[in-house]
Design a protein around this ligand. Structure first.
Ligand code: ADP
Length: 663
């Protein structure tokens, strides 16, 4: 299936190449065909050249044979002439003629007969004697057995007619080696055989054989000398080398078919191997376990995709790398190198070991590494194969669990503290009430006595107010700690902040803190408990004043505390308390508001924790960061008051009352 998908994804060029590679088995056959074609062309050309040579030789032989033949005839003509010259001295009868040495020699050579004719063409004598009788007319002269030819020679008024055998002429005139090679014949213009060197003329069987005819000449008018090759040369494609070639081609064909079968088998095996490799690759890449193979020296041989994702490097950047690895934490190189050496020596723990690695983006990750020997096809160990599991999430979970346990411990301490504070508030309430009672009584008594020292009376009035305020605070804190919900109502956040600033005036003034107000226009009221909000603002402002007073040198431009109020969204109002103190040095609001976290020698570390709880109880949020003044910024948001909220609160309170009234 994967192979099919790969094939579907392959480009046309790749498909062409694959097709070419698959057809390579045809190459030897094509080469053999080319070779055989070359040999055929060569054989055909050499056969043509040979045929031309043979033809030229044939023509030359025919011409030379014709010359020989003519020479022979001229010799016979010369003998006949000599006989004619001797004729007057001979007796005019057959015996006289037969006694002539020329006649005797001639008959021994090739003469068949010699006829002596007178001026009236009457036979004077005829040798040999069994021929026509003297006095017979020439027309009666028979040709005798076989074909013959004549030569004539005049001698005065008489005439000599010499009859000779053209076959004998051929046998005597043509050299033996030519007659072995050629069938030599004399033919007339109708291609009728006149004479042949062979006993039986081959005219009929010479069809298709190569031959050549030449005119014999005046001595034999109308006759042609024909030379035909005795052997019909076999066509070049029937020669032994070509037969061998055909055999070779056949064998080549068989070999190619076998090769094709083998190639098909190999292709199938290769295809199966590719599919298997693709499966393996897909499995390795989809595995959530990182895989890393190293040689005996620790050089990386292979990494899978998960491993690359873990360390943020590509296989190209990793494969071939030797220690130290780029994913080792730079601050613990020595320690990791020692562990690496231990692993290469085969002393890695069997149940794995934990390590800390670095992603390329600087992120740290906790991993669990399991090393196992890397065995090659010969069963030899060539290195180590590591399976790596990213346990960062697990570690973080463990860490969170630890924090949660710590937080729970803190919480229980806080609860205890809450109980103590609640008890304390309860205890303080009475003395405060008593103080207020005494203060009111004292004021009344002084008034009744007509005492009019305004400074004392003002101090007493202030004392009463502060005691009442303290009582209110203690009561609210008690209510808060005893888990009774805050007394939420529509309140003006800016007015609350200004009241907090007034209460803190005694702390802010001597510290030379400049208060800046940045208030958004037409700010809506918020739905909150003004007393608790006041505590929040007092705490934030006092912290800012403490932070600004902390520096050894007085700040250039003085200490500034800026309070900003604005509507942050449709449903929330936001307030920022900023200073130009030393700032938070990157600490988050979570760290700062952890219970008992304090950097002050006399600090308790509960201020911000309580502030955050109060804000969150009011369905708001708290944040801290860097201020544009250069110091710290603490911000909180509170929900805008609307009538539905009021109704919801009343419903809550009714529900609470019902619950509390329940047995
Ligand atoms: P405490 O005031 O008792 O230390 P808090 O919870 O109010 O406890 O504050 C916790 C810590 O937060 C302080 O000790 C201080 O280090 C830091 N902090 C609070 N406000 C500021 C500020 N405005 N500038 C710098 N640090 C601050």
């Amino acid at each position: 299936m994967l192979a099919t998908q790969n094939a579907a994804l392959a480009s046309p060029t790749q498909t062409r190449w694959a097709w070419l590679r698959r057809s390579l088995w045809l190459l030897p056959l094509l080469a053999s065909l080319l070779f055989v074609a070359g040999v055929l062309i060569w054989a055909w050309r050499s056969d043509s050249a040979e045929r031309e040579d043979r033809r030229a030789t044939l023509i030359a032989d025919a011409l030379s044979s014709e010359a020989q033949l003519r020479y022979q005839l001229q010799v016979e003509q010369a003998h006949l002439r000599e006989l004619a010259r001797q004729l007057p001295g001979l007796a005019r009868n057959a015996q006289g003629l037969a006694r002539s040495a020329e006649v005797v020699d001639g008959l021994r050579r090739l003469w068949l007969s010699v006829t002596w004719l007178d001026a009236n063409n009457r036979i004077v004598a005829h040798v040999p004697e069994q021929g026509p009788q003297a006095g017979a007319p020439m027309l009666d002269l028979p040709d005798g057995p076989g074909l013959s030819a004549h030569l004539t020679q005049a001698s005065g008024a008489d005439r000599l007619v010499l009859r000779y055998s053209p076959a004998l002429l051929l046998r005597r005139g043509i050299p033996w080696w030519l007659t072995r090679k050629y069938d030599v014949q004399l033919v007339d213009s109708n291609e009728q055989v006149i004479a042949s060197v062979d006993q039986a003329p081959l005219r009929t069987s010479s069809q298709g054989r190569e031959g050549y005819m030449v005119v014999v000449g005046d001595d034999m008018p109308g006759a042609y000398l024909e030379l035909s090759l005795r052997e019909v040369p076999s066509p070049f494609w029937r020669s032994l080398p070509l037969v061998l070639m055909a055999g070779f081609l056949g064998l080549m064909l068989v070999a190619t078919l076998l090769l094709r079968r083998q190639v098909a088998r190999i292709s199938r095996a290769e295809g199966a191997w590719r599919t298997e490799a693709a499966w393996r690759q897909a499995m390795e890449d989809s595995a959530l376990v990182g895989l890393r193979a190293r040689d005996a020296e620790g050089r990386i041989l292979y990494v899978n995709r998960t491993f690359c994702h873990m360390v943020g490097l590509t296989p190209g950047q990793l494969v071939g790398l030797a220690p130290p690895m780029p994913y080792w934490p730079p601050d613990a190189l020595d320690e990791v190198m020692l562990r690496h050496k231990r692993n290469l020596e085969g002393r890695a723990p069997r149940d794995g070991y934990e390590a800390l690695w670095c992603h390329q983006d600087g992120r740290r990750l906790n991993v669990m590494v399991f090393e196992s020997p890397l065995i090659d096809a010969q069963g030899q160990q060539t290195g180590w194969m590591g399976s790596i599991i990213d346990i960062t999430a697990r570690k973080q979970l463990e860490e969170r669990e630890r924090h949660r346990a710590e937080a729970m411990a803190q919480q229980s301490r806080l609860t205890t503290l809450g109980e103590v504070a609640s008890a304390l508030a309860h205890q303080l309430n009475q003395p405060l009430t008593v103080i207020m009672g005494y203060n009111a009584g004292l004021q009344r008594m002084l008034a009744d006595a007509g005492y009019d020292n305004q400074a004392v009376l003002h101090a007493l009035a202030q004392q009463g107010e502060q005691a009442a305020e303290a009582g209110r605070i203690v009561r609210r804190i008690r209510e808060f700690l005893t888990r009774r919900g805050p007394q939420r109502e529509a309140c003006d956040l800016v007015a609350v902040a200004q009241r907090a600033a007034t209460l803190l005036q005694r702390d802010l003034g001597p510290a030379g803190v400049q208060l800046q107000w940045q208030l958004g226009s037409s700010l809506p009221q918020v739905f909150a408990d003004p007393i608790l909000l006041e505590q929040v603002l007092i705490n934030l402002m006092r912290n800012a004043a403490d932070a600004m007073a902390g520096g050894a040198q007085p700040r250039e431009g003085g200490n500034t505390l800026r309070i900003t109020a604005q509507r942050s969204s449709e449903r929330f109002v936001r307030m920022d308390v900023e200073d130009n103190g030393p700032g938070l040095a990157g600490r988050t609001v979570e760290q700062l508001s952890a219970p008992f976290y304090s950097t002050k020698s006399d600090g308790m570390g509960m201020g911000l924790a309580i502030c955050r709880s109060i804000i969150e109880v009011h369905h708001g949020g708290m944040d801290a960061g860097r201020s544009s003044l250069g110091g710290a910024r603490f911000s909180f948001t509170l929900p805008v008051f609307d009538v539905q909220m009021q109704q919801a609160r009343l419903d809550d309170e009714d529900a609470q009352a019902l619950l509390e009234g329940a047995p």
